[in-house]
Design a protein around this ligand. Structure first.
Ligand SMILES: C[S@@+](CC[C@H](N)C(=O)[O-])C[C@H]1O[C@@H](n2cnc3c(N)ncnc32)[C@H](O)[C@@H]1O
Length: 240
């Protein structure tokens, strides 16, 4: 059974709208048996805030394997952890990754650690500062062939003309600004250039970024959104 048929059979089990919580096993069960012995390559999950867990990584790589995208768009490069994950494991020929341009001044002069962990907008500002200071440290040491497939775009995603900048894509990972208006803008602009594929949102059900959960809960009134239990990833399959 090919991937399209497996995906179609999977989707038939769920109403065409709503937020559906699935197990990681449900996603793993969609994999082609021919790939069961396939190795994946990753680094240990960072212990600092701002990136993904091992379960999140498996969700991303499962969807990548299932859909075999040629062109990935990631919004929110941060230190390049997930960009590296895609470069190491995906067969995509292009991986766009968007983050804000460098600035001289920090947004937060002396960050309040408790507020970083409790306030979504403050957390976003903290991560913008970390990104600005550290750059894409996880992209260091990539092989030339891996690095060449990555196109870093340094611009506020809400000001980018997606069609002009990226053409069409078939896999989108939205993990940039977590404010409601930014998540909605990133989603709508991504969907406009995605014919068939998947959109994955990070930070669904996160205690800090409640706007992502609110936006997706509203979106689920007319769309079939999946949340993988035990992860912060939600996704929607498009064009199946
Ligand atoms: C949570 S981090 C991304 C983490 C990364 N995907 C990973 O797992 O390693 C969010 C990033 O989005 C960037 N960001 C925030 N608002 C943005 C915007 N409007 N446009 C582009 N990037 C933005 C921040 O600078 C930060 O580096």
């Amino acid at each position: 059974m090919n991937a399209n048929t497996r995906i179609a059979d999977f989707l038939k089990q769920f109403p065409a709208h709503g937020l559906h919580t699935i197990k990681l096993k449900d996603l793993l069960s969609l994999r082609d048996a021919a790939n069961f012995q396939r190795d994946i390559v990753t680094t240990f999950p960072p212990v600092t805030i701002g990136s993904v867990t091992l379960v999140d990584q498996i969700v991303l790589l499962c969807l990548d394997e299932l859909l075999a995208p040629e062109r990935i768009l990631e919004i929110g490069t941060f230190q390049g952890f997930t960009t590296r994950l895609f470069a190491k494991n995906s067969a995509a020929n292009t991986i766009y990754s968007v983050d804000l341009p460098a600035v001289q001044e920090s947004i937060l002069a002396s960050p309040d650690a408790a507020k970083v962990l409790s306030d979504g907008d403050y957390n976003d500002d903290f991560l913008r500062d970390v990104q600005n200071r550290s750059g894409e440290v996880y992209l260091a040491g990539l092989a030339a062939a891996e690095r060449q497939r990555i196109k870093l775009v340094k611009q506020d995603s809400t000001t980018i003309d997606f069609g002009q900048a990226f053409g069409s894509v078939d896999f989108v990972f939205i993990d940039g600004g977590h404010h409601y208006d930014i998540v909605r803008s990133d989603t709508e602009k991504s969907l406009a250039i995605l014919g068939k594929g998947v959109v994955v949102w990070h930070d669904f059900s996160s205690g800090i970024h409640s706007d992502v959960t609110r936006y997706l809960t509203e979106r689920a009134a007319e769309n079939r959104i999946f949340h993988v239990n035990g992860s912060l990833c939600a996704f929607q399959l498009i064009g199946f």
